[in-house]
Design a protein around this ligand. Structure first.
Ligand code: UDP
Length: 368
């Protein structure tokens, strides 16, 4: 007997929504469920007094891949927002990513050759050939001053552990450049969807059955009976009932506040390096869309230890967790009728464009 749906898609975030959209286009019948009361997963925005509040932290879209860019542009137009965060360290403000403005602020230098010389000297003194952890990687890339002013404390707050106990790859996300260019990303395409991310999600899920407030784990057997295949975008260890043990995640707590002023910090993203601030950054949402509202809304982002009662925002891809994930991955490969995808199911520190790319590739393979 054939089942009611071809695919039960667990999670209405980007991965699940792209998959559902493409599968539906190919004539498949999909049911998307989500335990939250809204669609969109962590890209969901709540409109408050005309300001799109990124409820689950700042989401700035960027990609080098024209196909992915064009794909999303079918659903929304993107504005020309360029991410240029600043960081406050010991009461002083620095431009990010590390560039000539930052080096001028740190050392007073005005020429690339002067900045290079300082960094080269520090790298020679403190760097190592084969960095084994984030601290060694940072010292070998940017030297001691940048590391101490702008990386060490932020990183230790963010991950809740010493920089010497973190994988080196995390810091590779931070570019270093010798021009006066404050664009955080190197990608060709960047922006915020006009009207917020919900516009994209609405477009992707248009005419697709979506049930909110449905927790897969509370009614697993019944839900699984509904479809031939499951696309699972939640935590892979939870799917397998933590049978090999728990993967580690990092959680966040967001404190949103509306202020009676039109401009609180003059920038969408301000990082706070020092440990004395318990939050890592303050987001001022209106600046993502050049808002001119009378009031403003800011969000302080507090990193938190994860436990099963909390949201899992970041995978912790150190050796121990990566090995554990590989065990789950092997197990997942024995489940022919379940597709695991997205940041949590693949246990990968994916950006949005990578999630979209992964979902498009998977659904293409599936329906080839
Ligand atoms: N980071 C840092 N100082 C900063 C911003 C970031 O040292 O001011 C490091 C930190 O280890 C962080 C990583 O760079 O985990 C990636 O940060 P990013 O803001 O790019 O990632 P997100 O948290 O937005 O995924």
């Amino acid at each position: 007997m054939s089942k009611k749906y071809d695919y039960l898609i667990v999670g209405a975030g980007l991965y699940g929504s792209v998959f559902a959209h493409e599968a539906t286009k190919k004539g498949k019948k999909c049911l998307v469920i989500d335990k939250r009361t809204h669609r969109g997963g962590n890209v969901y925005c709540e409109n408050k007094n005309g300001i799109n509040v990124h409820k689950y932290g700042a989401h700035i879209f960027h990609t080098n891949d024209k196909e992915i860019w064009d794909y999303l542009n079918q659903f929304a137009e993107f504005n020309n927002y360029i991410n240029s965060p600043v960081s406050i360290s010991k009461g002083k403000l620095y431009n990010l990513p590390f560039n000539m403005n930052t080096f001028n602020q740190l050392w007073g230098v005005t020429k690339p050759s002067e900045a290079k010389q300082i960094i080269d000297e520090q790298v020679a003194k403190y760097g190592v050939k084969k960095p084994q952890n984030l601290e060694e990687q940072a010292l070998s890339l940017v030297g001691k001053d940048v590391y101490e002013a702008l990386i060490k404390e932020y990183t230790e707050k963010q991950w809740g552990r010493k920089a010497t106990e973190l994988p080196a790859f995390i810091i590779k996300r931070l570019p270093l450049r010798f021009t006066f260019n404050n664009n955080y990303f190197r990608d060709k395409y960047q922006g915020i969807p006009v009207g917020g991310y919900n516009v994209i999600i609405e477009g992707l899920l248009k005419d697709i059955e979506v049930k909110l407030n449905v927790d897969f784990f509370e009614d697993r057997e019944e839900l699984e009976k509904l479809a031939d295949k499951v696309v699972f975008t939640g935590k892979i260890d939870e799917y397998f009932d933590y049978q090999y043990g728990e993967l580690e995640y990092r959680s966040l707590r967001f404190e949103h506040e509306e202020l009676e002023m039109d401009n609180y910090q003059g920038n969408a993203v301000v990082n706070y390096n020092d440990l004395e601030y318990k939050f890592t950054r303050i987001i001022e949402h209106k600046h993502f869309e050049f808002g001119t509202q009378k009031n403003t809304i800011v969000t302080r982002e507090y990193p938190e230890k994860w436990d099963r009662s909390k949201e899992a925002y970041y995978p912790v891809n150190d050796t121990k967790n990566s090995e554990l994930y590989n065990q789950y991955k092997k197990l997942s490969e024995t489940k022919g009728n379940v597709i695991f995808g997205g940041r949590l199911a693949e246990y990968k520190y994916y950006d949005m464009h990578q999630v979209v790319g992964a979902s498009l590739a998977r659904v293409k393979k599936e329906l080839a």
